[in-house]
Design a protein around this ligand. Structure first.
Ligand SMILES: Nc1ncnc2c1ncn2[C@@H]1O[C@H](COP(=O)(O)OP(=O)(O)OP(=O)(O)O)[C@@H](O)[C@H]1O
Ligand SMILES: [Mg+2]
Length: 259
């Protein structure tokens, strides 16, 4: 049917809110190729998290289909590396357990699960913190721990819902650079949700922009910046051109302008 790793065909979804139907997603079609980094950019409340939950199989869409490797996912349980908008680390458990949780839940033995986590701790800059509780970790470390947990699920697609949304600008930039290294290392297809135009351009091969409710894809923008990307690529004329394009599209699509 198509050569995409993941594709959505005319997905629509609504919630019931105060007894009324609230349409949230309107005929969303998009694709992610093998190993591609795709961002979903849009204003708050535009249905981005809902879309990720549909792809992860947590919500059933009212219409449309999701395909993985050309096969429709019809209530099929597939392993998706899904990182929800909140890191959801258990405060009363140490990092080692928190990171191993999805493996343990899948029935992997404790020893094997812990060994897999320990192997990855240095890659995620968390070596020496395996016995720390979430409250003893910085915001950036917690996000890295949540990402480690997502990567551990041996899935073909990673769904990341605003993983850096709550961080200060400097930490966020550092994690973006690190994210690109991780992505290069694990070679997974990624859907990355963000509000930030700069973050989306810096990280992505392609960006889908979604409108305010009901969320519709209003722009698909390929990002042809060379890789690997150094930080100063944000100063290049091509980066600025993409940014201008996306800012204009966002301003046209939101009632609150391009803030
Ligand atoms: N479980 C639910 N029941 C009813 N309405 C919901 C539910 N979850 C989300 N909504 C509504 O659906 C709309 C889209 O929510 P969603 O969380 O998908 O947006 P979002 O784009 O991820 O927002 P943000 O960028 O702020 O995270 C919002 O208006 C929200 O109030
Ligand atoms: Mg959200």
């Amino acid at each position: 049917m198509c050569d995409a790793k993941l594709s959505l065909r005319e997905v629509s979804s609504a919630y019931i809110h105060n007894g009324r139907i609230l349409p949230v997603l309107d005929t969303i079609s998009m694709q992610v190729k093998e190993g591609e980094f795709v961002s979903l950019l849009g204003p708050s409340g535009s249905g981005k998290s809902t879309l990720l939950k549909i792809i992860a199989g947590l919500i059933k869409p009212d219409a449309g289909s999701v395909f993985l490797n050309g096969k429709e996912l019809k209530g099929t349980i597939v392993k998706m590396g899904y990182m929800p908008q909140k890191d959801l680390l258990l405060p009363w458990k140490p990092l080692l357990y928190n990171a191993a949780l999805p493996l343990l839940a899948q029935g992997t033995g404790k020893k094997e699960a812990y060994n897999k986590v320990r192997e990855l701790l240095p890659v995620f800059g968390l070596e020496g913190f395996e016995n720390s509780y979430p409250s003893q970790l910085s915001g950036g470390m917690r996000q890295r721990a949540a990402l480690l947990r997502t990567v551990l699920i041996d899935s073909e697609v990673m769904l990341l819902d605003e993983p850096f949304g709550a961080l200060d600008a400097l930490t966020r930039e550092r994690l973006q650079e690190w994210m690109l290294k991780i992505w290069d290392h694990f070679k997974r297809s990624v859907i990355f949700v963000t509000h930030s135009i700069d973050e989306a351009i810096y990280l992505s091969d392609r960006i889908y922009m979604i409108s305010e409710l009901p969320g519709k894809i209003v722009l698909e923008q390929a990002i042809n910046l060379p890789r690997p990307r150094a930080r100063d690529i944000v100063l290049s004329p091509l980066f600025t051109e993409y940014k201008q394009n996306l800012m204009t599209a966002l301003a046209n699509e939101t009632t609150w302008g391009n803030s």
